[in-house]
Design a protein around this ligand. Structure first.
Ligand code: CTP
Length: 408
């Protein structure tokens, strides 16, 4: 169980922080809410106290004998500020200590994550951008706001990222300290990465398809992790189950043929491509244009043809330098067999890195965790048994290392 301080600044998006608080508490974290006085005009103290099960203070001179302005920050494992308004960013950047939340920010020695929310003009104002740059230079992790509908009729960057997204980032930061340094370094800034996720559907007729059990969770975690590390991200989604991450351009596809077309179109402009999707290897030779009827048929034979191997085709046509990553779920008796199968597949597919997992012990599909070994042409470069978001960061670590080798 981790101790999280949830700071809430005075913006209309404060109501979304209730959902974030519920998610963090339900994940078993001990959450102390520190709203600003203005935040309480949007959501009252009773709501924060009831949802967190803890007393709520906003001012420094409350419960002074407990020295909360020092103790709350010092004891935290992570401080999350959502929403972080333009005013809160300005006060934090200039080191003010005029309420309990800014005191907490000055005394915290743990990672601090801020999720800004404000009108587009305020976000894009040079003063706000300078404050964000100052905070980032000091190691504060400042998320990009989401782009979309704001309060009133306005639309643009400035929306609070969805609570599920902030909660997922929080989990990644708490689960693995290496993630914090990678996000602070923004080591994918300036890169465009393309990630595919999910399982393709191959139409049998207008209402039926052949599919597979891929949930897309690993690909979604990869996209979220890359955006957090500063990359421009395009996420090609094949029938994914999970909610999608903030800050990515999403290209939905259905079949392996659609996926191939989308990936080939995106390839020229990509610095790295990760094929986390599970494309069908076979597709019906001639899908029926009308619904297949059962009357008059005792059984049904299917004639299937092979699909394009998207990963292998991407590797053949790749512009240099471009890092291409594949996945391979194998049923191997032991690690040696897994590595041998992986080495074969890496050569066959022509990719730079292959993320291997042994699925002989049971299904990984739809589960939040995974056990993988990442290999390149020389052998294993990393292995991890962890949540999919931690694995996503280890994959990007390997991509960043390969990019550096490629560029040198
Ligand atoms: N892949 C792909 N296009 C396909 C099938 C697979 O791009 N038509 C990609 C997957 O996204 C994954 C990698 O290839 O990154 C490995 O998938 P896998 O199913 O293990 O590869 P196969 O070539 O189908 O090998 P096997 O015969 O072992 O199933």
């Amino acid at each position: 169980m981790s101790r999280i301080v949830l700071g809430v600044a005075g913006g209309i998006a404060a109501y979304k922080a209730c959902e974030l608080l519920r998610r963090l508490s339900e994940s078993g974290h001990d959450v102390t809410v520190v709203p600003t006085a203005n935040a309480l005009t949007f959501v009252g103290e009773a709501t924060w106290a009831a949802l967190s099960g803890r007393p709520v203070h906003t001012a420094v001179f409350e419960s002074v004998h407990e020295v909360p302005h020092v103790r709350i920050g010092q004891r935290a494992d992570l401080v999350v500020v959502a929403p972080a308004t333009a005013d809160l960013l300005a006060r934090a950047a200039s080191g003010r200590a005029d309420d309990l939340l800014t005191n907490v920010l000055l005394t915290a020695r743990c990672p601090v994550l801020m999720a800004p929310a404000m009108h587009t003009e305020m976000w894009l104002h040079p003063a706000t951008q300078a404050n964000v740059a100052t905070l980032r230079a000091r190691g504060v992790l400042v998320l990009e706001p989401a782009d979309g509908r704001l309060t009133g009729a306005d639309s643009g960057p400035g929306r609070l990222p969805e609570p599920h997204d902030i909660a997922a980032v929080t989990t990644a930061l708490l689960d693995d300290p290496a993630t914090v340094s990678a996000v602070r370094a923004r080591d994918l800034a300036g890169a465009h990465v393309v990630v595919s996720a999910g399982g393709t559907h191959e139409a049998l007729d207008p209402v039926r398809f052949l599919g597979n059990a891929s949930s897309g969770l690993q690909g979604i975690a990869l996209a979220r992790a890359a955006a957090l590390r500063g990359a421009r991200v395009t996420l090609v989604t094949a029938n994914v189950a999970g909610p999608l991450p903030n800050g990515c351009t999403v290209v939905p596809v259905v079949s392996t043929a659609d996926l191939a077309e989308a990936m080939f179109a995106l390839q020229a402009d990509a610095d790295a491509i990760v094929m986390a999707a599970a494309p069908a290897d076979f597709t019906p030779a001639t899908p029926s244009t009308g619904k297949i009827k059962k009357d008059g048929h005792a059984g049904l034979g299917l004639s299937l043809v092979q699909t394009t191997d998207v990963l292998a085709a991407l590797s053949v046509r790749r512009p240099r330098p471009q890092i291409i990553v594949g996945f391979a779920a194998e049923t191997a008796a032991d690690d040696a067999e897994l590595l041998a199968l992986g080495r074969d597949k890496l050569v066959r597919k022509g990719c730079d890195l292959l993320v291997l997992n042994n699925v002989s012990g049971g299904a990984v599909f739809g589960r939040p965790d995974n056990a993988v070994t990442i290999i390149d042409a020389t052998g294993p470069v990393a292995s991890a048994q962890a949540g999919k978001s931690v694995i996503a960061h280890r994959i990007w670590d390997a991509v960043v290392a390969s990019r550096q080798e490629e560029i040198q």
